[in-house]
Design a binder for this molecule. Sequence first.
Ligand code: HEC
Length: 152
Amino acid sequence: MGRLLKGKRSWVLSVAALSVAGLFARTAPVVAADANPEGVKLFEAKIRPILAASCVGCHGEEKQKGGLRLDTRENMLKGGKDEDKVVKVFDETTPAKSLIIEAIEYKNEDLQMPPMKKKQSMKLTDEQIKDMTDWIKMGAPYGEKPVVAAPK
Ligand code: HEC
């Protein structure tokens, strides 16, 4: 009897702990963005222009290459699609390991973003890669307005 009760109690406790953890997991990114004025400043000064010029033309309102949109944080968090599988592009536990960083570093021949054009590298500049990486490590806060693709 005692054991049964104890089992039940720890079950209730772990359910409670899980729901709290779930709550945090869900709210943490939002908090990170809201409580991150420095990050939003970096976004508006450096990241929005990069996304607008180099990414959102293929990952935005008009086109969603790889099923991915990078125009808002919410869309970025949804990730891309490979057939029916979701492809996470931002790693909420370890942002430094995010697929977005791997893609822009151009080290993985199977995933280089922006993609090569007529066999020419379209790799971002070292400074842009550094800014994007810093921003992702900050939790990838976005500004209020969605990113709109820059006219070509
Ligand atoms: C010319 C169109 C084009 C541009 C510009 C572009 N991408 Fe992509 N992206 C693609 C395509 C197509 C895929 C699907 C996978 C593949 O074919 O390599 C993809 C896939 C990805 C993926 C892997 C997840 C998935 O959904 O497959 C990431 C991450 C990504 N892009 C990030 C970026 C970032 C960051 C930029 C800007 C620096 C960017 N892309 C610019 C076309 C583009």
